[in-house]
Ligand binder design. Structure first.
Ligand code: MN
Length: 232
């Protein structure tokens, strides 16, 4: 067998609440504009024809509790608090019932964003990668197994910066439900265990600067936290 030129990059994995076992992460799908009030604050409307997505490299994953340096290339670094869905079974051209059963678990996540670069790309009709898919931009709390979650809907989702609430909504405000998102994605990808879906953020996104302490939660799930360090 041919030898590799250098060591394989480490394969990221997420914690599972209360367990020693880790959840290996394959891909990170992110949904855009999935709360009407957030779409409004971004100056756009929700597209009710179909959801849309962007991706982050699995390598962008960071566990909750990290202290991250303020990232390079931006002067408008934003938090986005999100419900994250972890797949536990393959899905291809699935209906919503099958999609709902393929969920392994749920977690709190932060879709950290270089907003200036994202908006510049958006204005020029260019891809969002520089604004969204950068190193350490996907922060994830431990995953709670789906069996421990009765339903997705009534839970409050919130985020605070230095103790002040900035984002607050309920999961029932999601424009596209979890089973609808997974079913839709499964018509474009062979989804598999290890795939994560960041389901979009509520209104109230904003910038953070060095020293900021971010905390986010969803009723019943382990909280996510992040501290912003000095710029590199
Ligand atoms: Mn987002």
């Amino acid at each position: 067998m041919a030898q590799r030129l250098f060591a394989d990059p480490p394969y990221p994995a997420a914690a599972i609440r209360g367990e020693e076992t880790l959840y290996p992460v394959h891909r990170i799908f992110c949904v855009g504009r999935n709360y009407a009030e957030h779409a409004k604050e971004m100056g756009v409307e929700v597209d009710r024809e179909a959801p849309f997505y962007f991706l982050k490299d699995a390598q962008a994953l960071v566990p909750s509790g990290a202290v991250l340096p303020y990232p390079c290339g931006t002067s408008n670094y934003h938090y986005e608090m999100e419900l994250v869905v972890a797949l536990g079974a393959p899905l291809f051209r699935a209906g919503t019932a099958e999609a709902g059963k393929a969920v392994f678990g749920y977690a709190c996540g932060l879709d950290m964003t270089r907003r200036d670069l994202q908006l510049e790309a958006r204005a020029k009709g260019r891809p969002w990668d520089l604004g969204k898919n950068f190193e350490r931009s996907a922060v994830l709390a431990p995953i709670l197994r789906a069996a421990a979650v009765a339903e997705i809907g009534p839970q409050r989702i919130w985020l605070s910066v230095d103790g002040a609430i900035r984002q607050e909504a309920h999961l029932s405000d999601l424009v596209w439900r979890v089973d609808e998102l997974l079913s839709h994605l499964s018509h474009y990808y062979h989804l598999q265990p290890g795939d994560l879906v960041f389901t979009g953020t509520p209104a109230g996104v904003g910038a953070v600067t060095p020293g900021a302490v971010i905390a986010g939660g969803i009723d019943g799930l382990p909280d996510v936290t992040l501290t912003i360090g000095a710029a590199e």
